[in-house]
Design a protein around this ligand. Sequence first.
Ligand SMILES: [Zn+2]
Length: 197
Amino acid sequence: MTYTDERFPGVTFRIEAEQDSEQVRGNALASGDKDEDRACEDEIIERLDNGDVWAWASVAVRASLDITDPEDEGAVIEFEGTDYLGACSYADEADFAQQGGYFDDMKSQAVDDLRAAMRDAVERGAVARIALDAVPTDAMTSPIASPDLTSCRYCERAIVNEDGAWIDPMATGDDSVWRETCDAHDTFEADHEPTDA
Ligand SMILES: [Zn+2]
């Protein structure tokens, strides 16, 4: 089944559980009472023997977002992010998904991961655009110009040489990402430097 969350409009969530590879004995409960711990472990192991993975599960919460390409209605691009949690013991999926439990926090983490995947796609897109501009239309008869594109040895962002200066074409204009100076130096006075220089 799928889930939504009003904090994250448009995002679809799924829960996947498989038996955790971690050993049950010694890891399920630490009540301070050995007999109680043992009884709890016995119950979990019996449920696992019956194929009930929710007794001792590694849980993945997946956040996905489908975007329809505005220039091609038939094309849907899916982005996905995931958060994992091990050593989970629940009655079933519905028990895990109850409000106020780990699921709420894991949905946030999965959305963070989803945003990271999208940010990565944006950066790859910017790099592809620069590379595309460097390739002549008639590639058969014209030599392919090597794009003045590399990555910064300090911040590892894609940088391009513009009039002798290495700049970050993806700089946002706000204070978090700089165009000509490299914040990974721990000083804003130094420039980006290409990896292969
Ligand atoms: Zn840099």
